[in-house]
Design a protein around this ligand. Sequence first.
Ligand code: AMP
Ligand code: MG
Length: 316
Amino acid sequence: MEKTFFAFGTINYVNIKSDLKQEYKDKLIDEIESICNNLDDLLSAYKPDSDIGRINSNAGRKAVKVDEVTYYLIKHSILLSELSEGAFDITIRPAVDLWQIGKNEQRIPSPNEIKKIQKLINYKDIVVDDKEKTVGLKKKGQSLDLGGIAKGYAEDVIKVFLLDNNVDSALVNFGGSILAIGTKENKKPWNIGIQNPLSKRGEAIGTIELNNEMLVTSGVNERFFIRDGIRYHHILDPRTCAASNSKVLSVTATGCKGIDLDGITTALFVLGVEKGIELAQKMGIEALYLMESGDIIATKAFVDGKYKLKSIEKIY
Ligand code: AMP
Ligand code: MG
């Protein structure tokens, strides 16, 4: 039983293979769609009534009370900002709005427009209150965007949901963030491809085995446009408020906590390979970089460990 639906600004796919009654699997998939829609209603920056929409429209004025889930994601995002020295920063929204990457209005803003928003991008301006569960933004014009972390969190929720409901074989793909539950038919492991960002969707540079874990990728291929031979993609560097030019094509991370993997791949992309590998190792996260130069640089588990992949060229 499989289904595709739209949420988190992307296409999401769920396939439950387990040997369970069809009706039961149908119900589970409907429930998954509804969990995702509810999360989207809470977290989308495009919905004025979402928690994020309300925080944004009250920026520079007052803090607003938010759901526990929103609060947790925002707190976690701040932690990731601290760990990545600001490479991951959910106050990036004004820059996302300016570029409109992947939307009909996508365009290259003028240096002056960029200058105007630069002072608005700073996670230190997020004001949180643990007791009241309120979140505010210090300056007018500031706004949050959880696009770099929400899908990974959603997969954490769905993983628990599937395991709690006796699913022992399933594949979930939320806009390129993949969760593999159990094994495929005949107890064969799930082989998950790592997308080649320069080829069409589905063309992998290699595969790895996954079991009850996730593979999350941040890459230049998800949302972008090309003008005069330059690729403008959706992973923005908070320092420049423009597409990160860290010479990276994509960063993939594997493990069991989607929220960390999603946030960290965005951060690792912006940090670039040297600082990025250092941070991944500090956090105990396995990461693989595909570089513009064609180099593949990864932590050891991709070479001879749990996530062994062929054709690794450089190892740190
Ligand atoms: P991902 O695909 O997980 O790398 O997330 C990219 C999305 O996160 C973008 O479409 C933006 O909505 C948002 N984003 C872009 N740059 C950053 C950044 N430096 N820190 C946090 N979120 C970002
Ligand atoms: Mg991410």
